[in-house]
Design a protein around this ligand. Structure first.
Ligand code: SF4
Ligand code: SF4
Ligand code: FES
Length: 381
C-alpha cells in the first residue's frame, strides 16, 4: 500500500458554482488503477463524485478522463505511473476535452462523439439482392479493417484532437476511423460517395493536421490518423477526387515539390495547392486566383515574420543529393499496384509481399485483445 493524492476537477451545473479542484488522499496498492483511486474517493469520502465506468478492464470504453493532462482510460492507468509523472505530487484528474462536461468527470458523449459517429453513416450500404447464403469476404479485406473495428468508442482521441479544439465541427479521429471501416469493406457499394462526401466536407479528412495526438492516446492501437490517411489515399489515388477544400491539390503540390527540390518550396506550396498542383493553373483559373487574393494576409504575415522572404520565394535550391530522392519516387511509381500494408497485423514468420498475396499469414493477429501497459509504445504495430 502507498499513499497518493488525487486532485480532481469538480463541476456541478446545478450548484451554480464554477468548476474547482479538490484534493483527496487515497491508500492503494501501486499496481491499482487511477479508477480504483477515484472509486475509493467516491465510496469513502464523497458519494456525489461523478465518474462513468463499467468493466474496469479497458473493454467498455466508458472511463475516459484526463490524467495529468493526457487522455486515458482511468482503469488502464496505474496509479503509481500517474503519480510518477505528476507535477507537484498530486495526480490531476479532469474530464475529457472537446466535449461538454455534464458533471465532475462525466462528459456529454452524445453531443460530440456519437453525433460525429452518426455523421459518417456507420453501417454497411450494400446494393442489389443479398446472396442466397452469407456474403463471402476475402480475409485480407477484413484484416485491413480490423484495426478500425478494434475501437471501443472511449473518446480519448476526440478529447486529445488538436484540430477539433480549433474546429469543433471537424468530424474527428474516432468517426473517421469508423468511416474507414466501411470504406475498406468490399460489401459496401458506396465507397466513392463516402469518400467524396468526406473529402468535400470542409470539416472532413483534410481537416486533420497530422499531429499524431490520437495515435498516442488510443488505448487499442486503432491509430485513427492512419485510417484518415488511408481514406485520403483512396480518395486521391483510387478515385482521383479533386475536392473543393484543395486537399487533393495540397497533397499533389507537396509531393511534386519534394520530388523536384528534395525539400519543400514553401512559397510555391500555397499557389500550387490552389491550382490542383499546377503553378500555371493557380494563376489562370478564376477560383484559384480568388483564393490566392484571399490568402494575401497570410503571405504578408509570412513576409513580416521572416518565414518567407522575396529571395527565398524566388530561389529555392535543390538538395545536393536530389537524385536519391527522385530514385525513391521512381521506385514507388514504377509499381503497378499500390501495396497498402496494414501495420496492425503482425506475423511471427518472415512473410514477404508475395506470400501475403491473397493469403494472410496464419499467425496474423490484431492488437484488439492486447492491453498495453501505460507508457508502452506498441512497437510491433
Ligand atoms: S492526427 Fe488528425 S485526427 Fe488525430 S488528433 Fe491530430 S488532428 Fe486530430
Ligand atoms: S479510436 Fe481509440 S481512442 Fe478513439 S475512440 Fe476508438 S478506442 Fe478510443
Ligand atoms: S471501465 Fe471499462 S474501459 Fe475503463
Amino acid at each position: 500500500m502507498a499513499d497518493y493524492t488525487l486532485k480532481i476537477r469538480r463541476y456541478d451545473p446545478e450548484s451554480g458554482q464554477a468548476a474547482y479542484y479538490e484534493d483527496f488522499d487515497v491508500a492503494l496498492d501501486p499496481e491499482r488503477s487511477v479508477l480504483d483511486g477515484i472509486l475509493q474517493v467516491r465510496d469513502d469520502e464523497d458519494g456525489s463524485l461523478a465518474i462513468r465506468c463499467s468493466c474496469r478492464a479497458a473493454i467498455c470504453g466508458s472511463c475516459g478522463v484526463k490524467v495529468n493532462g493526457t487522455s486515458v482510460l482511468a482503469c488502464n492507468t496505474r496509479i503509481s505511473d500517474a503519480a510518477a509523472s505528476a507535477r507537484n505530487g498530486a495526480v490531476v484528474v479532469e474530464p475529457m476535452g472537446n466535449m461538454p462536461v455534464l458533471k465532475d468527470l462525466i462528459v456529454d458523449m452524445d453531443a460530440v462523439h456519437w453525433k460525429k459517429i452518426q455523421r459518417v453513416i456507420p453501417w454497411l450500404l450494400p446494393e442489389g439482392d443479398p446472396p442466397e447464403r452469407e456474403y463471402i469476404v476475402p480475409a485480407e479485406s477484413m484484416i485491413d479493417v480490423t484495426q478500425s473495428m478494434a475501437c471501443i468508442q472511449c473518446g480519448a482521441c476526440v478529447s486529445a484532437c488538436l484540430s477539433m479544439e480549433v474546429d469543433p465541427e471537424f468530424i474527428g479521429p474516432a468517426a473517421l476511423a469508423k468511416a474507414y471501416r466501411f470504406v475498406g469493406d468490399p460489401r459496401d457499394a458506396h465507397t466513392e460517395e463516402r469518400l467524396r462526401d468526406l473529402a468535400e466536407d470542409p470539416h472532413g479528412i483534410y481537416d486533420c493536421t497530422h499531429c499524431f495526438a490520437c495515435i498516442e492516446v488510443c488505448p487499442k492501437g486503432v491509430d485513427p490518423m492512419n485510417q484518415i490517411m488511408r481514406l485520403r489515399r483512396h480518395a486521391t489515388g483510387d478515385y482521383d477526387i479533386k475536392d473543393e477544400n484543395n486537399g487533393y491539390g495540397h497533397e499533389k503540390a507537396f509531393v511534386d515539390l519534394v520530388e523536384k527540390y528534395g525539400t519543400l518550396h514553401e512559397a510555391q506550396l500555397l499557389p500550387r495547392s490552389y491550382g490542383q498542383g499546377s503553378l500555371l493553373r493557380s494563376q489562370t483559373e478564376p477560383r484559384a486566383i480568388r483564393q490566392l487574393v484571399q490568402s494575401l494576409p497570410t503571405v504578408v504575415n509570412g513576409l513580416k515574420s521572416g518565414k518567407v522572404s522575396p529571395k527565398k520565394a524566388l530561389i529555392h535550391h535543390k538538395l545536393p543529393d536530389q537524385d536519391q530522392v527522385r530514385r525513391i519516387f521512381h521506385a514507388i511509381e514504377s509499381k503497378d499496384e499500390r501495396l497498402e500494408l496494414n501495420m496492425y497485423i503482425v506475423g511471427e514468420g518472415d512473410v514477404g509481399p508475395d506470400e501475403t498475396d491473397g493469403e494472410v499469414a496464419e499467425e496474423s493477429r490484431g492488437q484488439a485483445d492486447k492491453q498495453p501497459a501505460q507508457g508502452e509504445t506498441g512497437d510491433e504495430r
